[in-house]
Design a protein around this ligand. Structure first.
Ligand code: PLP
Length: 400
């Protein structure tokens, strides 16, 4: 390491994140501890990943069991854990087949590849374009970065991969522009997460589904953030009453063990055959065991009903704060994917929350993104609400 790097207090880690000044070393349930012994209520859930809280016992014991058996083997062999996880995913969704990978971006890459091949298999080689939506987030790889319709993500990386067309979410006029004769698929989040916690409108989604069906365009939903119970149902699309052709998952799928998945119905899935796509690690025995335990936990009776009840109480409390304090402009989201639109930058609020022992995130400049673990208790939610009330009162006193 150069002296300059030491002077600037840099480590050997490449400088790709502006990290918060906290080093986390331990977690249990809704709480994490830093290297100095400070405790934080973690309402980031590792960005919608630790949906069952940190080190959930059911997943931990399944992983420990698997650690003594087999960690990894190639996808050239049968992997019973992967088969079981695929079965859990398909029997609890409208999809028929699963391809396993390691991350959200990889799952979206697989979906995009599938959509291109699907058009060719249908005898429509001119259909090479995929429609995505402004403020979306689909990943950081070459292709998913191009699918992501946010200029700040593209900056410095032109020329971008061709073939993506960006329209506006919830825009009825945009529906007439979906099929330009070259479109093979539409890819979208049910609730735009990174882009500002912006839910797709239900009626608009229904119309979008219709346009896709009528024109043999694949409807592909990116549930990397909204899936795995995050929004109060196992998958967010259930609350929209739509049926998509393809769905991608990652974040919450392994409770923190890296695993991603691309699910498809048989119609779309048939375009992947031996040799068309693959992954070394995707769905290996260890990662798949975490996925199985996670699914089993989410499917437990009343688990998701409680998430819905807890989150609806939380919205009520936050809405009260919105009524009492001008800085809170809007509270929106679905289940425990919560966005609080502020009239000012979210950054200083994140810092103030941290100083009071609560971790939250931003989504865009002015939006606080609050992602409680689905297992969070009413007491913990109250801790958040009370702390927010305290901070809002302090701010009001300063400004008035
Ligand atoms: C996080 C996220 C991704 C990217 O996932 P990675 O695992 O970071 O590659 C893609 N889509 C959505 C909606 C996400 O929230």
């Amino acid at each position: 390491m150069s002296n300059l790097a030491v002077e600037n207090n840099q480590s050997a880690i490449m400088n790709t994140y502006s990290r918060f000044p906290v080093k986390l070393v331990k977690g249990k349930g809704s709480y994490v501890w830093d290297d100095k012994g400070n405790t934080f209520l973690d309402y980031t859930s590792g960005i919608a990943t630790c949906n069952l809280g940190h080190v959930p016992e059911q997943v931990q014991s399944k992983l420990k069991e698997q650690l003594d058996l087999l960690w990894h083997c190639s996808n050239l062999y049968g992997i019973p854990n992967q088969e079981k996880l695929a079965e859990l995913l398909t029997t609890n969704s409208t999809f028929d087949q699963v391809f396993f990978c390691n991350s959200g971006a990889e799952a979206n890459e697989a979906a995009i590849k599938l959509a291109k091949k699907y058009a060719k298999d249908q005898g429509n080689p001119e259909r090479t374009e995929i429609v995505t939506f402004k403020n979306s987030f689909h990943g950081r790889t070459g292709i998913t970065m191009a699918a992501t319709a946010q200029e700040k993500i593209h900056q410095g990386f032109t020329p971008l991969t061709q073939g993506f067309r960006y329209l506006s979410l919830n825009d009825y006029h945009a529906l007439s522009e979906i099929d330009n004769g070259k479109t093979t698929a539409v890819l979208l989040e049910m609730v735009q997460g990174e882009g500002g916690v912006l839910p797709a409108d239900k009626n608009w989604m229904k119309e979008l589904e219709k346009v896709c069906k009528e024109n043999d365009i694949l409807l592909m939903i990116d549930e990397v953030q909204t899936g795995m119970g995050r929004t109060g149902s196992l998958f967010a699309y259930e609350q929209y009453g739509i049926e998509a052709d393809v769905m991608t998952l990652a974040k919450g799928l392994g409770s923190g063990v890296p695993i991603g998945a691309m699910l498809a119905n048989n119609k779309a899935g048939a375009s992947f055959q031996p040799g068309t796509h693959g992954s070394t690690f995707g769905g290996n025995p260890l990662a798949a065991s975490a996925g199985i335990a996670t699914m089993e936990s989410l499917l437990k009776e009343d688990f998701l009903t409680e998430v819905k009840a807890k989150s609806s109480w939380f919205y009520d409390e936050l809405t009260k704060l919105q009524q009492d304090f001008q800085v809170v402009e809007e509270v929106r989201g679905l289940g425990f994917l919560v966005g609080i639109q502020l009239s000012e930058k979210a950054g200083p609020w994140i810092k103030q929350f941290r100083e009071k022992g609560i971790l939250v995130l931003a989504a865009g400049a002015n939006v606080l993104r609050v992602l409680p673990p689905l297992t969070t208790t009413k007491e913990e939610l109250k801790q958040f609400v009370n702390t927010f009330h305290e901070l809002l009162t302090e701010t009001e006193e300063i400004t008035s």
